[in-house]
Write a protein that binds this ligand. Structure first.
Ligand code: WT7
Length: 644
């Protein structure tokens, strides 16, 4: 099919300045349609759009109306007929020191072959597949192969347990799942296929399971349902990329909210791809020869957007690392940076705080001079961590790009933009909005916050990376994101803008926790505890944690007849198995009753205040005073136990 594109992904000449940013930003806000009409050419399109933005059905905004494209073409095919053919797309390594380099040509071959395998398994345009894989090459291959034939995918973080996986398979309606025999984690093997087998007991839509042989673990293969990946791929095959509508869904990614059920965030094809590739360019100014390491897991939006789609669209070389930063050595991360000459490192404040604890000696032992730019994501970065990262990792010469965004926003929305601007950084501030993003801070009373005043962060206008909807629940899309202030996108975060127009993100304003940068709903953890049937009530909140940002604390009331001895451990064990380690509370306290309102709502804020020795605030709606002393006694007992 004929290809259209009028610009190369990399500008040969650019001159970042504050004036340049102001001019680009102004154009993007004053005339977004003109702005995106030009900028969408970062991609190749089969057919140009008739209209840039359709807001007639707001807040269901649609971009690049009737534009046709294919993401796998943009991420792979367009690089194989030029000098990038033999360039590494991915350098995979793991905690065992194994290495696999996949060039753009190699990726192209793999994607085509797996696309055919999916077709042979009956997957067609409009279907959804699930992907439950560790950080291995087959994960991006599966994502791109699905996109190539027009199927959407939902990739589930391999740290989730069987029930969490089943819930996502059911909601997405996936007909096929791609998994591996196992994955490596800190010297152990996580039995992924076994978890899939268990999850499939709770689902009926999956007809086919494809298993990547990775750890050589024994697995149980079900005849007629389960196939080895290496048995069905490897043919020399070309699969014509399906021309997709710009607003066809590319993937569904589940994320936690303020209710128990995770939301399936649906992202588009055209708008999303334009957004992630543009924002990566603006923020990090990557160069053709760079080695880019986005050290997130592919199971989160950070991995989707900035390990897979944006870097591949731009033709970059990415590090794909399966493992922890501090295993098997405390300097594992620095070894990798040195060995592969990483130029840009993008990670989370939690990881930085963890590495900081090991001390300066470890980064000092290594040659980190290849690093040019550092980045952070996922939670506010405290100035001490920023300084440490800047001095000890970047040797006081690498700018830190603090990127603020969300699963729902597709890509960065507020961050330094090294490709456009050169304003000074301020530790802890994500600085300025990206082109097309118009942030507004609104106070509780509905007034617009003045400079220096804290309020809720909203985004006034749509941008191409904004999700399409919440899967199967458009009402939830409207009520969660567009109802607090009508027509404005609600982020759920607190923010302040300072005198210089810099934005400071201050954390969640709702019942959502940020544990090691992972987003976890308090109610999600409560529901997980209740699902064990060992407790009748659970109240969960986040407590400040030096490394993880927040840790999960739960207070539970056991069901009558349940033995208290070892209850905490049993609960942890069951929650881990069903939902995965990230949902497991760090502390569980057993009490007789929880503070509740007269209408029966658990008052988490009261539990948290008592726990943290703060004033519990307004107690007029409290049902029983005794519940507060219950918590107080439990906390007292816990403190004594720790002291001993
Ligand atoms: C929430 C979104 C963004 C991809 C990974 C997390 C918090 C994210 C920052 C930052 C302060 C941040 C917010 C946001 N957050 N980045 N640079 N500074 N807070 O995506 O799981 O959807 O979480 O992460 O609270 O709402 P997510």
């Amino acid at each position: 099919m004929e290809e259209m594109s009028n610009s190369l992904p990399f500008d040969s000449l650019h001159n970042p300045s504050i004036e340049r940013y102001r001019q680009i930003y102004k154009e993007s806000i004053e005339n977004p349609e003109k702005f995106w009409d030009e900028h969408a050419w970062i991609l190749n399109w089969y057919k140009k759009w008739d209209k840039v933005l359709d807001d007639s059905n707001a807040p269901f905004y649609r971009w690049f109306i009737n534009g046709k494209l294919n993401i796998s073409y943009n991420a792979v095919d367009r690089h194989v007929n030029n000098f990038r053919r033999n360039k590494a797309a991915f350098i995979y390594t793991n905690e065992r020191g194994e290495e696999k380099i996949v060039t753009y040509h190699g990726l192209y071959k793999r994607v085509n072959s797996f696309a055919q395998a999916l077709k042979d398994m009956g997957i067609k345009k409009g279907d959804t597949i699930a992907i439950y894989l560790p950080m291995i090459i087959e994960a991006p291959v599966a994502m791109l192969a699905a996109a190539r034939i027009g199927a959407a995918f939902t990739l589930v973080f391999s740290g989730f347990g069987a029930e969490a996986l089943a819930e996502r398979i059911n909601d997405s309606g996936a007909k096929l799942i791609v998994t591996a025999d196992g994955g490596y984690r800190r010297g152990k093997i996580i039995q992924l296929k076994e978890i899939v087998d268990k999850a499939l007991e709770y689902t009926s839509n999956v007809e086919t399971v494809i298993v990547v042989k990775h750890t050589n673990t024994d697995v149980n293969m079900v005849e007629g349902r389960d196939y080895w990946y290496h048995h069905i791929t490897g043919e020399n095959i070309y699969v014509e990329p399906e021309p997709m509508d710009s607003n066809d869904p590319l993937f569904i990614l589940y994320t936690s909210g303020t209710t128990g059920k995770p939301k399936g965030i649906v992202h588009s094809t055209g708008g999303y791809a334009v957004w992630v590739s543009s924002t990566l360019k603006w923020a990090f100014d990557p160069q053709e020869t760079d080695r880019w390491w986005c050290a997130a897991d592919i199971g989160w939006i950070t991995g989707h957007s900035y390990i897979v789609f944006a870097p591949l669209i731009l033709g970059l070389t990415s590090i794909l690392y399966e493992g922890s930063f501090d295993y098997p050595f405390p300097d594992q991360i620095w070894r990798i940076i040195e060995l592969y000459g990483v130029n840009i490192l993008y990670t989370s404040p939690t990881a930085i705080r963890m590495l900081m604890k090991y001390g300066d000696i470890y980064p000092k032992k290594h040659d980190l001079s290849s690093l040019r730019i550092l980045g952070t994501v996922g939670e506010p970065i405290n100035p001490a961590a920023w300084e440490w990262y800047y001095k000890n990792v970047g040797n006081s010469r690498c700018p830190i790009v603090d990127t603020y965004w969300q699963t729902e926003t597709g890509g960065f929305i507020i961050s330094p933009q090294l490709g456009i601007a050169n304003w000074p950084l301020k530790p802890g501030s994500a600085t300025y909005p990206h082109p097309g993003i118009e942030p507004v801070i609104i106070k509780e009373n509905g007034e617009i916050a003045k400079v220096g005043e804290k309020g809720y962060l909203f985004i006034k206008k749509p941008w191409p990376g904004l999700m399409l909807t919440v899967n199967k629940d458009p009402n939830r899309y409207v009520s969660t994101y567009f109802s607090k202030v009508k027509g404005y996108y609600f982020t759920g975060d607190y923010a302040i803008m300072d005198n210089d127009g810099y934005f400071w993100l201050l954390g969640r304003a709702d019942e959502v926790l940020k544990v090691s940068g992972h987003r976890i709903g308090t109610i999600e953890v409560e529901d997980a505890l209740l699902s064990t049937e060992l407790v009748s009530e659970a109240g969960v909140f986040g407590k400040p944690h030096q490394v993880k940002g927040e840790s999960i604390v739960a207070f539970v009331v056991p069901k009558s007849g349940i033995q208290r001895e070892g209850l905490e451990e049993r609960l942890k064990q069951m929650v881990r198995e069903k939902f995965g380690p990230i949902i497991v509370p760090d502390e569980i306290h057993v009490v007789e009753m929880l503070p509740k309102t007269r209408s029966g709502k658990i008052m988490r804020r009261v539990i948290k205040a008592v726990y943290l020795d703060q004033l519990p605030g307004d107690l007029t709606t409290l049902e029983s005073e005794a519940s507060v002393s219950e918590i107080r006694d439990a906390v007292e007992k816990f403190r004594n136990e720790i002291k001993q």
